[in-house]
Design a protein around this ligand. Structure first.
Ligand code: KIV
Length: 272
């Protein structure tokens, strides 16, 4: 690419066309500075409803609202130049009817400037996904462990084991048939993640679904070691920023208490 080639934003169609090619690199982001970092390396940046747990201290994603998703979606879009930005539809914003889903999805796209939404669910969301896609809303599906259904699933456990595998496979096919441009597979046995990836014509983005998926996504605060509350088994920590921050804060506190705060010796004098 020459220096004068304009950087083009990745579109849902371009992501769809990556099926079977170079694996897709995806991360979540919730703020402008982190979005800038993620945009430089990722194909997809997801404004996940995990923002509720990661940044707002909520116990699950159920308390996340449209207003929160719009605020964080706008912040992320300010840091984006080239990757595709996808915004999660929060719990309660799309399950009631396709019309409700369109009303809220169109708001998310119009108010944030993102190009696609993600919603959870398979067979039971097929009609809604098709309704959105037919009306110009690109949709990323999300099946397997769907955190918004934690109270029905009875926890954040692996889905699709043994005889449950067919249910998850049916969900995957339903999402593809409805017209989604890609699909997140969360917490599935490796062989099921691999089988779904082979059978579908759209890219699968895995999070705890094995290395054969067409791409991988992680919650950025997990992989940077910033979100220390809990660590899913499938998350590799690429940094320990919470530990670094704790050390930095302790050093700062010590320097303030000892009046050895570097920089203060150069502070403005009376004649400055
Ligand atoms: O909300 C989120 O961060 C997600 C990813 C874990 C896929 O849905």
């Amino acid at each position: 690419m020459s220096a004068s080639t304009p950087i083009r934003t990745l579109t849902p169609l371009a992501i769809r066309a990556q099926k079977g090619k170079t694996p897709l690199v995806c991360l979540t982001a919730y703020t402008t500075p982190i979005a800038r970092l993620a945009d430089a390396t990722c194909d997809i940046v997801l404004v996940g409803d995990s923002v509720g747990m990661v940044l707002h201290g909520l116990p699950s994603t159920l308390g996340v609202t449209m207003d929160m998703m719009i605020m964080h979606g706008k912040a992320v879009m300010r840091g984006m130049d080239r990757a595709l930005c996808v915004v999660d539809m929060p719990f309660g914003s799309y399950e009631e009817s396709p019309a409700q889903a369109f009303r809220n999805a169109s708001r998310l796209l119009a108010e944030t400037g993102a190009a696609a939404v993600k919603l959870e669910g398979g067979v039971h969301m097929k009609e809604t996904i098709a309704f959105l896609v037919a009306r110009g809303v690109p949709v990323m599906g999300h099946i397997g462990l769907t955190p918004q259904a934690v109270n029905v699933l009875g926890g954040y456990r692996v889905q699709g084991r043994n005889e449950d595998a067919q249910r998850v496979m049916d969900d995957a096919h339903a999402v593809e048939e409805a017209g989604a441009f890609s699909i997140v597979l969360e917490k599935l046995p490796r062989n099921l993640g691999s089988a779904i990836t082979t059978r579908l014509g759209i890219p699968t983005i895995g999070i705890g679904a094995g290395p054969e998926c067409d791409g991988q996504i992680l919650v950025i605060d997990d992989m940077l070691g910033l979100f220390a509350e809990f660590k899913p088994k499938f998350v590799k920590r690429y940094a320990s920023l919470a530990d670094n921050a704790a050390t930095a804060l302790a050093t700062y506190a010590q320097e303030v208490r000892e009046r050895s705060f570097p920089g203060q010796e150069h502070s403005f004098g009376d004649n400055a």
